[in-house]
Design a protein. Structure first.
Lengths: 288, 357
């Protein structure tokens, strides 16, 4: 029984962390049709922002939940203005340019921080489930993911900002005719996506540590989650994370973490063969 | 001069230059330079494999290094088990091609769009990297060959002349072999692209729907060109494993994949000479930047030696400023010059309007 609860928490954690690292990418891809291959590096920058801020004496909660998203969000807006905006509608060129950006950021952080892993210890300690102990930080990550997902839903559904964003993505010309400034909406959307990536990177930093090439570990997982999910941002991310996270965690539990990851990636390839439009191309079509 | 004659002239020039390079280099250059040039030549074959499937076939493959690495690992493992290099060499070409067939079946027959294709090939590369990386333990072995995990496989036996185990190909022989393979690949691809098959894959790149309505099955043609690309990358991988007598999982890595893409972008999509030029140029640049590193050097020379940083800047700059790549852009420039000259000559020949009236 204790083992079942423990396994349930682990599965939930895998799902939550998958959703957390993918949601920024899902916003950028789902709303702007921009494939941002520098996504992993945005997560990495979020981790570094949190760690640097913490080592300067800022409270770990503020540096994770406020400083990291703000810093990475600003970087995102700069990137959108400097590179992405020239490439709208040229999907493949955007991929290539953001891949260049990803290499550039890896090189830059290696030059600044060196090629070593830096970490912060996870706060909150651990708690007991029957005969097992597990980190309370796990529950914190799950909570953050839930809050982020609900927050996106609320903003998109109930605020004027969300209405403008959805309208612009559906028909930019019409939105412009009604007085919206699409370039600004794009810049803000990209910034928000980047900020959420920064938040995810910071929240996961105590778990995994941060090093310049950590983005590689994230990027494939978040991409297949977004693609597996399909066009709808929220329901896609949630359903794909749930599927892949469960597969990953169960395979990890049965064998090794490496095999868990391989199972996740292989499942994704099969899924895309079966449902080329992603999960939300077939199910939950009216979702947000 | 018409286009056909220009085309033949270009082919002839490449052939003469290639042969001269093949024969003369080991006579005039020191052995270390020959060794350096050998790796450039091997990588140029890899660049050509992507030039075919991306530049001509329009298949955005971000995981060309998967086939490259598979070729290298296949050769290494087969070599330890067999000891004579003919079959390992063939396996190193066939296995990546078979893998490309399997992967291509999933992608093309699933009718996955370009962009997803890029992401899937990237994912496959990462799967291979992760799984090979974790095979360090002694229980992971194929026949007598240990996979070695992140340590890689050292001491891979070199190629020998077919049939004679003792007649090992030396360093100079490797240079000859690699250069000959590059030339054969180049001319083979030129032939392929001039054939009916080549016309059709270019047609599919230009407009898949139209090609399909004309009765061609784009899935089969894409699959075939993808397999050829996989086989060529496997050949390059086999030569690479020979060159260093060593393979490690980093050849599956993202950095390797990115490099191949950058060679093709810099050189120019839709040409064959371009990716070769891009490949050799970029590698020469990385070597030159990385080599001259006195200790305690200035911070900006350290940044220059930082390969990902420089490659990233090059990639961004080319996508934004020279999206067609070097060779096509130079070609456009040359044509513009020619046209301008023609106009000027035409203008000077035009009879002046009669003044006496």
């Amino acid at each position: 029984m204790d083992l079942v609860v423990l396994l349930a928490i682990q599965v939930l954690y895998a799902v939550a962390s998958l959703a957390l690292i993918s949601v920024g990418l899902a916003i950028i891809f789902g709303m702007m049709r921009v494939i941002n291959l520098a996504h992993g590096e945005f997560l990495m920058l979020g981790g570094y922002a949190a760690i640097v801020a913490t080592s300067q004496g800022v409270s770990i909660w503020i540096s994770m939940l406020v400083i990291a998203p703000v810093v990475v969000g600003l970087i995102g807006i700069i990137v959108e203005r400097a590179i992405i905006r020239f490439l709208y509608g040229r999907m493949i060129d955007t991929m290539l340019a953001t891949w260049g950006l990803s290499l550039f950021l890896v090189g830059l952080t290696t030059a600044i921080f060196g090629n070593t892993t830096v970490g912060i210890s996870a706060p909150l300690g651990s708690f007991q489930i029957g005969a097992y102990r597990t980190s309370a930080y796990t529950l914190f990550v799950i909570a953050v993911a839930a809050v982020v997902l609900f927050g996106i839903f609320a903003v998109m559904r109930w605020t004027r900002l969300g209405l403008i964003a959805r309208g612009t993505m559906q028909n930019a010309n019409m939105a412009a005719a009604l007085g919206v400034n699409p370039p600004r909406v794009y810049a803000v959307t990209f910034g928000v996506g980047a900020a959420l990536s920064g938040l995810a990177g910071a929240v996961l930093a105590p778990v995994s540590g941060v090093f310049p090439t950590i983005g590689v570990a994230y990027v494939a997982k978040s991409f297949i989650t977004v693609i597996g999910g399909g066009a709808a941002i929220l329901s896609g991310t949630v359903s794909a994370s749930a599927l892949f996270g469960t597969i990953n965690q169960i395979a990890t539990f049965a064998t090794t973490p490496v095999f868990g990851e391989v199972a996740l990636l292989a499942a994704a390839i099969v899924l895309i063969r079966l449902l080329p439009q992603g999960i939300t191309g077939r199910f939950f079509r009216r979702g947000l | 001069m018409n286009a056909r004659a220009l085309n033949l002239l270009g082919l002839g020039l490449v052939g003469i230059f290639g042969l001269a390079f093949l024969i003369l280099t080991p006579r005039v250059a020191e052995l270390d330079i020959v060794l350096e040039l050998t790796i450039y030549v091997i990588m140029a074959i890899l660049a050509l494999s992507l030039a075919l499937i991306w530049g001509y076939g329009g298949i955005l493959c971000f995981g060309q290094s998967a086939f490259f690495g598979l070729g290298a690992y296949t050769y290494a493992i087969a070599m330890f088990n067999i000891g004579e290099s003919t079959i390992p060499l063939l396996l190193a070409i066939l296995l990546p091609a078979a893998f490309a067939a399997l992967l291509g079946y999933f992608m093309f027959y699933g009718r996955i769009s370009d962009v997803y294709l890029g992401v899937i090939t990237l994912t496959v590369t990462l799967i291979l990297f992760n799984s090979v990386n974790s095979t360090a333990g002694p229980e992971f072995r194929i026949g007598v060959a240990r996979l070695g995990g992140f340590n890689g496989i050292p001491g891979i036996p070199p190629l020998n002349y077919p049939g004679n185990k003792a007649a090992v190909i030396d360093l100079e022989g490797m240079f000859h072999l690699s250069t000959a393979a590059l030339l054969a690949t180049y001319f083979g691809l030129r032939l392929l692209l001039a054939s009916r098959f080549g016309r059709i894959i270019v047609g599919i790149r230009e407009n898949e729907r139209r090609a399909e309505l004309l009765g061609y099955d784009p899935r089969a043609y894409k699959l075939a060109s993808f397999m050829i690309g996989g086989a060529l990358a496997g050949l390059a991988g086999c030569l690479f494993a020979n060159w260093g007598n060593f393979v490690s999982p980093t050849i599956f890595g993202l950095a390797q994949s990115a490099q191949i893409i950058i060679w093709v972008i810099v050189g120019g999509r839709g040409t064959l000479v371009g990716p070769i030029v891009g490949c050799i140029g970029i590698q020469w640049l990385s070597t030159a930047l990385g080599a001259n590193q006195p200790s305690g050097s200035l911070w900006w020379t350290k940044l220059l030696a930082n390969a990902p940083l420089i490659l990233g800047i090059i990639l961004i700059a080319f996508v934004l400023l020279v999206p067609k790549g070097l060779v096509p852009t130079l070609g456009d420039f040359g044509q513009w010059l020619l046209r301008r000259r023609k106009h000027r000559i035409a203008a000077s020949l035009k009879p002046k309007p009669a003044e006496e009236g």
